[in-house]
Design a protein around this ligand. Structure first.
Ligand SMILES: [Fe+2]
Length: 246
């Protein structure tokens, strides 16, 4: 059964367990297994991750993993299996988040998103960084029984009575928090025999943001109609523009 935790670690955080039902999970695993292929997954430098300055002054990736943007995989993200399942989360104007005591969640309205699928295996990590979205939503999966250690999410700029806030990685677990809050994925360790078998940590990152300027532009005729429209608040996933080669 779906379980929602409204947390406050000095910043607001929602953790949702078992959001996806059995049928969703079957379809999601079809997609994860399809995408998680060495030919399809790109290196960190090709998926726009955070970078840092190395000791020799060069720029170095903060993450070690493989990834692919769904907008690179499909021209229409609704071809994806996970995207339509996840839309349910945003129903009724993000109602599931409105019980959080924080103003941030009570006022959330981020109808656009970009989706990155990442896969972590032995030795992979993501050092502390913030994201360039408004809200970051992470969706975690792994094959059970779990064949790796680590892969939890830490928030190193905050402190609780138990130390740095940390959310344990779990299969079918969703996290959502403000993108400006720095977060890090702890290093993964796996047995050699389990490497290369899709037994690592799967993460779908939904970067949520308000409608882009282009999407929110209204034509003069929009002011002339009385027809009520709540399309502004409908969740909408980013579909890249179609570029016609000249
Ligand atoms: Fe991130």
């Amino acid at each position: 059964m779906t379980h929602v935790q409204n947390l406050d670690y000095g910043f607001p955080l929602v953790v949702i367990d078992n959001f996806y039902n059995e049928q969703d999970m079957e379809e999601i695993w079809d997609e994860l297994n399809f995408l998680c292929h060495p030919r399809k997954m790109k290196r960190p430098e090709d998926t726009g991750g955070a970078r840092e300055v190395d000791s020799d002054g060069s720029m170095k990736q903060k993450k070690s993993n493989k990834g692919i943007f769904l907008s690179d995989a499909y021209t229409n993200q609704f071809i994806s299996n996970i995207v339509p399942c996840t839309e349910r989360l945003f129903e009724n104007k993000f109602a599931i988040f409105k019980n959080h005591p924080s103003w941030w969640f009570q006022n959330i309205n981020l109808p656009s998103s970009t989706v990155l699928f990442s896969y972590y295996e032995n030795g992979d990590f993501y050092k502390a960084h913030s994201d360039e979205f408004v809200a970051t939503m992470l969706v975690w999966f792994y094959k059970e029984p779990k064949k790796f250690e680590g892969g939890d999410l830490e928030f190193p700029d905050y402190e609780t009575a138990d130390g740095i806030p940390k959310v344990e990685v779990r299969n079918n677990r969703i996290l959502i928090f403000p993108s400006t809050i720095r977060h890090a994925v702890t290093p993964i360790s796996m047995k050699e025999e389990d490497v290369g078998k899709k037994l690592g940590r799967f993460c779908m990152t939904f970067g949520l943001f308000p409608m882009s300027d282009r999407e929110s532009m209204v034509s003069p005729s929009d002011f002339l109609t009385d027809t009520p429209s709540d399309s502004d608040s409908e969740p909408k996933l980013y579909t890249p523009p179609i570029i016609t080669p000249k």
